[in-house]
Design a protein around this ligand. Structure first.
Ligand SMILES: [Zn+2]
Ligand SMILES: [Zn+2]
Length: 84
């Protein structure tokens, strides 16, 4: 039996687990690797979540989660963030 190299699940277990797009773990790893290249790893001061600071072309910095979500949008403590 083949197992997914990213999450360890049997690749036949899920109907769409035979491609990287069917594996959440693989997607997360890909996005995390991307952020490791373009972003600065950090930790949210509001909730302690793992985040990556990414500088946009406009020069603004935005915090992203390893899943690629903007942490301003999903942080339970977002109201405590202040722009520098
Ligand atoms: Zn997988
Ligand atoms: Zn947070």
């Amino acid at each position: 039996m083949n197992t997914c190299e990213w999450c360890g699940l049997p690749t036949r277990a899920g109907g769409n687990h035979n491609s990287i797009n069917g594996c959440v773990a693989a997607l997360k790893k890909n996005i995390t690797n991307l952020f490791k290249q373009i972003g600065e790893p950090s930790q949210c001061r509001g909730c302690g979540a793992e985040i990556y600071w990414v500088v946009h072309r406009s020069g603004k910095r935005a915090p992203y989660t390893p899943l690629g979500l903007n942490h301003f949008a999903d942080c339970p403590a977002a109201a405590s963030f202040k722009k520098d």
